[in-house]
Design a protein around this ligand. Structure first.
Ligand code: NAD
Ligand code: UD1
Length: 345
């Protein structure tokens, strides 16, 4: 029988790609999303790729009654918890909204899981917990640095809440996946990232600029201590990231003990500068990207990339797709949603 997996935030960027991979691996995804940062069209994209319509509850992870209904209606084997607000700048302006949504949301979910005997939880964490690491590549043993935004703090607190719940003796088996920089889209271009308003993140900004929706990209700083002076990140294709979640669920199923918490980096292990990312985009699309070199963005870390060995050892997972693959897929997706560029690849 198919195992039911509750995917909170399943209509979002990462959740939708994970939903596809869950289905392909024989799991039954059950989505819960309040569509605060997702569009209903993603459900059509999921149907196009998989040929299936998955159960999808439109509602809030803070809604205890709704969670109770979902856990009572479906025999849930495990939960992947994506539902969260994620805009760093907005979290500085509206901290309470972020703590309520991301922290209270997690607590409400954990309570519902505990009262319905659901033990397996994959939690979306972030490399932001490391701040600027002292040593690179950054391993899971590196100290967490004080969060530089309420958003980042919700990830640190989230990990601690789960760890404390496990320590308390509750039946809970959980892994926090610390994502590096997810980019790209499903190769079919049926689903991808749909940023609302002006994107903060590099790749949506690049693709929107190339599509003519924005005048030019500003590279935030070229005086860092890196080979070309621009910041270094570990860009990971969202389909590789999706695979890591499936592997994580499979790993949780094998655990003998009922109480388990671990943190695992999900990155490629390779760092790329902003200029390298631009060059990759230009190479795979044949398009020249208009950009200028600008000032540093406050709060940016200079360089961060993952030590990826633990994911390989524990989850038997490693990234296979390249920065070029991700840029190509991100561009196909951008062309699909903007319909503004039909130039050959
Ligand atoms: P996203 O905004 O595309 O997806 C999150 C989804 O959750 C959205 O569809 C939104 O409508 C939904 N949601 C938010 N609050 C909800 C609530 N209270 N109840 C129900 N649904 C709710 O974001 P994403 O990029 O797919 O990120 C998924 C997770 O991964 C988040 O927890 C995010 O913090 C984390 N993360 C993302 C990145 C990244 O760069 N995208 C990096 C590190 C960690
Ligand atoms: C951002 C978030 C971080 C989150 C991560 C992954 C901030 C301050 N941090 O970090 O909390 O964990 O995404 O979701 O928002 N860049 C430009 N020009 C642009 C946009 C970006 O040069 O217009 C550069 C940035 O300076 C950075 C790189 O591109 O060096 C990547 O930026 P971005 O995609 O925003 O990710 P992070 O900085 O890693």
């Amino acid at each position: 029988m198919q195992k039911n997996i509750l995917v909170t935030g399943g209509a979002g960027y990462i959740g939708s790609h994970v939903t596809v991979r869950l289905h392909e691996e024989g799991f039954q995804p059950i989505l819960l999303d309040n569509f605060s940062n997702a569009n209903k069209s993603v459900l059509e994209g999921l149907k196009k790729i998989t040929g299936k319509v998955f159960p999808c509850y439109e509602g809030d992870v803070l809604d205890e009654a709704l969670l109770g209904k979902i856990f009572s209606t479906h025999q849930i084997q495990g939960v992947i918890h994506f539902a969260a607000k994620k805009a760093v700048g907005e979290s500085v302006e509206k901290p309470l909204s972020y703590y309520k949504n991301n922290v209270s949301g997690l607590i409400t979910l954990l309570e519902a899981m505990m009262s319905h005997g659901v033990a397996q939880l994959v939690f979306s964490s972030s490399c932001t917990v490391y701040g600027q690491p002292d040593e690179l590549p950054v391993t899971e043993g590196s100290p967490k640095k004080p969060a530089n935004s309420p958003y980042g703090n919700t990830k640190q607190i989230g990990e601690e809440i789960i760890e404390d719940t496990v320590k308390s003796g509750q039946r809970l088996q959980s892994i926090a996946l610390r994502y590096f920089n997810p980019i790209g889209a499903h190769p079919s271009a049926a689903i991808g990232e749909l940023p609302l308003g002006t994107p903060n993140n590099l790749v949506p900004f690049i693709t929107q600029t190339a599509a003519g929706l924005r005048k030019e990209l500003t590279v935030f700083g070229n005086d860092y201590h890196t080979p070309d002076g621009t910041c270094i990140r570990d860009y990971i294709h969202v389909m590789d990231l999706a695979d890591a979640h499936v592997q994580c669920l499979k790993h949780l199923e094998t655990l003998a003990e009922n109480h388990h918490f671990d943190v695992i980096n999900v990155g490629t292990g390779n760092g790329s500068t902003v200029l390298e990312a631009i060059q990759s985009f230009e190479k795979v699309t044949g398009k020249k990207l208009p950009y200028t070199l600008g000032l540093r963005r406050p709060g940016d870390v200079e360089k961060v990339y993952a030590a990826a060995e633990k994911a390989k050892e524990v989850l038997h997972w490693q990234a296979h797709l390249t920065l070029d693959d991700a840029m190509r897929d991100a561009w196909h997706w951008q062309q699909k949603i903007s319909g503004s560029d039909k130039s050959p690849m």
